[in-house]
Structure formats: structure tokens, C-alpha cells
Design a protein around this ligand. Structure first.
Ligand code: AP5
Length: 220
């Protein structure tokens, strides 16, 4: 039976950083809704151009568009063993749609790690984040610096600061998270799937805690 993990947490909590390691370790496809939107924007698709308007305002892309995009992504062959979802679902409607999608794939959500980080830390993290232009690898000027400033350690491409990491947009994103995504914490707690991890620890410690949680459900 495939394994599906939903990584929950506010903007800048470290979902992308952790998802890259955990998905590789567990042999799961890493599905980041934000990355898919950014790839579409880079390729100037209609989806990318539409999503950009919402992303630049720090708002959520409409549910119907996002759900259809994830449904298509989950149907691809690399998801046969399951997937680690990073940034999806983000609303109760998306969570419900995910349950339905996974049921048709013969699976269900197996675990929901919540990376908890207070708002003031998030602002500092996003203000210092540098992202790789080619593949979205993530660095931080202070907490996870690249070996050479402005250059990705992994693929040598240029590092840039995301448009939506401007302070005013970060504030809006955090508000949107509290209003529209935080209700999912109770949704998954009620289903006994939630596992809270202290995201203020160093990156490696957060990875350790997440791996322990994820390994405990593997095969269940
Ligand atoms: P998305 O790209 O998903 O952004 P997000 O959820 O806001 O998350 P981030 O990517 O900003 O942060 P992260 O938690 O991945 O943190 P990271 O690992 O980079 O979404 C962008 C936009 O797309 C949304 O605003 C929306 O418009 C749209 N969208 C996406 N999904 C959608 C959906 N389902 N529905 C509708 N719209 C959707 O880490 C942050 C920084 O901190 C990095 O610099 C990192 O190096 C550093 N760091 C990480 N961990 C630590 C640590 N433990 N200690 C110190 N520093 C750390």
C-alpha cells in the first residue's frame, strides 16, 4: 500500500528543506505545490501566469485549480510507492479532495507532521532565504549558507530571493496560514494523524525528529 505524508507548517517553517531529505530517505515522491507553481511561472504557462498574481499578493491560488494540479501530479508513475506532500493541502476543501484522490489510488493520509515555528522566527527565516534558480534548492544566509555566496552548492546555479519573501507579503502569508490552513491542524488531530515537531531546533535535529516519526508508520 502506498504511503502518503502531509507536511504541515507555516511559511518558512522548513517544509521544503525537510521534505527534500525525508522524501529521498523514504523513497517517496516530493510534491511541492509552491514549486509546481514556480516551475509553471518559469515556463510561462497559463497556470503559472495565473498563479503568480495570487502568489505575489501572498494569497492562496483557488482550490479548484490547485486540486486539479495535484490530482494530475499524484497520478504519475513516480508516486506509485506514495508521496510526501509539501504545501498541499492548505484549506479544508483541499484536505477533503486529497482524501478522495488517495482513496481512488488505494491509499490514505498516513501521517501529518506539523513543523511548529513562531511567527517572529518565520519572518527572519524568509528574509534570509536564498533559493536556487534551477531546481529550487534552499539556503539561508545565516542558518544554512551556501559554500559560495549566490551560488547553489548542488547544481552551481544562481541563488535568488523570492518575490513573495518581501516583508509585507510574508506578513500576509502568515495571516493567510492562520486563517485558512491552521484549521487543518484540528482536522488531522481528530483523525489521530498529527505529529508535532519543534521546528525551532537546528535543521539536522528537525530532520531526526521527522525521520523518527515517519519511520514509525512505514509499512502500517
Ligand atoms: P510555498 O512555496 O509552498 O510557500 P510556503 O508554504 O509559504 O512555504 P515556504 O516555501 O515559504 O517555506 P518552507 O516551510 O518550505 O521553508 P523552507 O524550507 O524554504 O507556496 C508559495 C505560494 O504558492 C503560496 O503563498 C500560494 O500563493 C501558492 N500555493 C502553494 N501551495 C498552495 C496550495 N496548496 N493552495 C493554494 N495556493 C498555494 O525554509 C525557510 C528558510 O528557513 C530557508 O532559508 C531555510 O534554509 C531556513 N531554515 C529551514 N529550517 C530551518 C531551521 N530548523 N533552522 C534555521 N533555519 C531554517
Amino acid at each position: 500500500m502506498p504511503t502518503y505524508i502531509v507536511l504541515l507548517g507555516p511559511p518558512g517553517a522548513g517544509k521544503g528543506t525537510q521534505a527534500a531529505v525525508i522524501s529521498e530517505e523514504m523513497g517517496l515522491a516530493h510534491i511541492s505545490s509552491g514549486d509546481i507553481f514556480r516551475e509553471n511561472l518559469k515556463a510561462q504557462t497559463e497556470l503559472g501566469k495565473m498563479a503568480q498574481e495570487y502568489m505575489n499578493r501572498g494569497e492562496l491560488v483557488p482550490d479548484d485549480v490547485t486540486i486539479a494540479m495535484i490530482r494530475e501530479r499524484l497520478s504519475r508513475p513516480d508516486c506509485v510507492a506514495g508521496a510526501l506532500l509539501d504545501g498541499f493541502p492548505r484549506t479544508p476543501a483541499q484536505a477533503k479532495a486529497l482524501d478522495e484522490m488517495l482513496a481512488t489510488l488505494g491509499g490514505k493520509v498516513n501521517l501529518v507532521p506539523l513543523i511548529s515555528v513562531p511567527a517572529e522566527v518565520l519572518v527572519e527565516r524568509l528574509g534570509g532565504r536564498w533559493t536556487c534558480r534551477a531546481q529550487g534548492h534552499v539556503y539561508h544566509a545565516k542558518y544554512n549558507p551556501p559554500k559560495q555566496a549566490g551560488v547553489c552548492d548542488i547544481d552551481g546555479s544562481e541563488l535568488y530571493q523570492r518575490e513573495d519573501d518581501q516583508p509585507a507579503t510574508v506578513e500576509r502569508r502568515i495571516r493567510v496560514y492562520s486563517e485558512q490552513t491552521a484549521p487543518l491542524i484540528e482536522y488531522y488531530r481528530d483523525l489521530d494523524l498529527l505529529c508535532e515537531v519543534d521546528g525551532t531546533q537546528p535543521i539536522e535535529k528537525v530532520t531526526e525528529a521527522l525521520l523518527q516519526a515517519v519511520r514509525s508508520i512505514a509499512g502500517k
